[in-house]
Design a protein around this ligand. Sequence first.
Ligand code: UDP
Length: 323
Amino acid sequence: MNKVVLPISMEGKTVLVAGAAGFVPSTLCEFYLNLGAHVIGIDNFITGSRSNIDLLSSYKNFEFHQHNIYERLPNFKDQKIDYILSMASPASPIDFAIIPVEIMRVNSEGTLKLLELAKEKNARFLEASTSEVYGDPEIHPQKEDYVGHVNCIGPRSCYDESKRFAEALTMSFHHKYNVDTRIVRIFNTYGPRMRPNDGRVIPNFITQAMKGEDLTVYGDGSQTRSFCFSTDLVQAIHTVLMSNDPTPFNCGNPDEYTVKQTAELIIKILGSTSKIVYLPLPKDDPKRRRPDLGKLQRVSDYAPQVGFEEGIRQTAEYFKSSL
Ligand code: UDP
């Protein structure tokens, strides 16, 4: 099988990133800016950070539009666009409780608008989907052909089901209009530019450990996650974007930890005096999650480069400077 060829430069290419102020999308924007692409960022700052856009604005090849993409897109009338990355959804479980309707709208109406733009511009479209499409998985590790186990009326459903819809819509545009599409299923990711108060486990544990506060483990901490550092994730997404396969690819890091181990490791890595406390487990919290990366690794040499200890140190450094 031919391996994906990664371009050494993206000069002359235009990449549109919806959700550019977010943690992963802003890291991806910087990656493409450094490859010489013209990058158009869009965000409405519902959960994204202005500081991420300020940082990107120091690149002369970056252009930013403040918009809610499910209401309307900026007018790109005569502008050539080569790649459209659909990354605008809030993705933390605390967002699911506060802005569920906005999440459903951005992944349905917002994705529709981006796909229509891709059709009009003849651009390649990438949907940033999620391991959440597998719900609370009954098979382990998760392969792309597993159809999932999602509670369609549970507290996570606004995200899980709207991302499943976004994948279905993407495939429908591919089949009906021959739009050149890609889908990535992103597993748990962490790194600099994440909101310290994002509510997800790594920023919670790092900020708690840095302040000497108790680390809040939900349930008995036996549930597992596999954490990928952001620059590794960007490499995986870029590889899928440059592939020629429209079907979904898992993207992440297969190193799996229980949540209790994660807390213990973070206390150790940061030399913290914090203790662990146990709080109730949220409803529908997935028990085990680990990506099977076989499909991605059959078409590329992708392998995560940043280990957990190094990644936690870099993330803690970032939080120190932004707290
Ligand atoms: N979690 C925890 N303490 C926290 C935040 C999260 O024990 O302060 C747990 C959560 O219940 C889940 C895992 O850590 O089992 C990962 O949660 P996160 O919100 O980061 O992402 P998820 O994978 O659930 O979308």
